[in-house]
Write a protein of this length. Structure first.
Length: 256
């Protein structure tokens, strides 16, 4: 992520702890370094994070920057009903001794997601981000899918439930196909939950390879407004959904 210039930072609304987030229409316009940024500051409390996701925003910032709240245009999304696992991924599920779990190692998943990547100089998942999302998880708003092999956590993803929609945050893999298996599991849960869309925020080649699509901010916000006030999916039902879909389950790990 590029550093902010002084002039750019002066144009972005600054939030104090009690300042409400501005409307997404005030996001920085395309053609600027911070296109899609709505505001800065305001902390990462559970209340602030919930407020942001309800309005179609999320935090993303680099070390040394303030908290930046984004609503990008276009937006990267998945339509769960359009997802079909590849033949090679189906073969991987059959032939490799994967085990899948849900919400059993949230902190470990986000720590793995924060680890350095070969394709990036740094990570946006700071200690403050980890603390904020772990607090969201403890209050039932954030969830994880874990992929295990030989009793080792080798892949997974995490994100935030917003009514009848899920916002994916990050995924990781230390074994070939592990993040794809986690994503496939998420799509199965999405179908069980009836989520019309899964938010993926920013485009990247891996997401596009999995079937992500780019939609306008307006389209994404329309999806969100229709479902954000619906009851959230009961993640206690996720293991049942995955079992019915043929995923081998892991039940022997649990965050302390």
């Amino acid at each position: 992520m590029s550093a902010m210039t002084k002039n750019e930072s002066l144009n972005i609304p600054w939030l104090e702890a009690e300042t409400p987030l501005p409307h997404t229409e005030s996001a920085e316009k395309s053609g600027t370094t911070l296109a899609g940024v709505v505001a800065a500051g305001g902390g990462l409390s559970v209340a602030r994070l919930c407020e942001a996701y309800q309005q179609g925003m999320f935090p993303w910032f680099s070390e040394g920057q303030p908290v930046l709240w984004w609503s990008p245009d276009p937006r990267c999304v998945f339509y769960p009903t359009n997802f079909t696992p590849s033949r090679s991924l189906r073969k991987s599920l059959r032939n490799i001794a994967w085990r899948i779990s849900v919400d059993q190692a949230f902190a470990a998943v986000i720590e793995h997601c924060a680890a350095p990547r070969a394709y990036a100089d740094d990570t946006w998942i700071s200690h403050d981000i980890m603390a904020g999302y772990c607090a969201l998880h403890e209050q039932g708003h954030a969830h994880s899918i874990e992929v295990w092999h030989n009793d080792k956590l080798v892949g997974g993803l995490y994100g935030v439930s917003v009514g009848g929609l899920f916002c994916g945050e990050s995924m990781f893999s230390v074994k070939t196909d592990a993040s794809k298996i986690a994503f496939w599991a998420l799509m199965c849960i999405a179908l069980d939950a009836g989520w019309p869309v899964v938010d993926a925020q920013f485009e990247n080649p891996h997401l596009i390879s999995l079937g992500a699509e780019m939609v306008s901010r307006t389209t994404y916000l329309t999806h969100l407004q229709k479902v954000r006030d619906l009851p959230a999916y009961d993640w206690a039902q996720a293991h049942r959904a995955l079992c019915l879909a043929g995923f081998p389950l892991e039940t022997g790990h649990q965050d302390s």
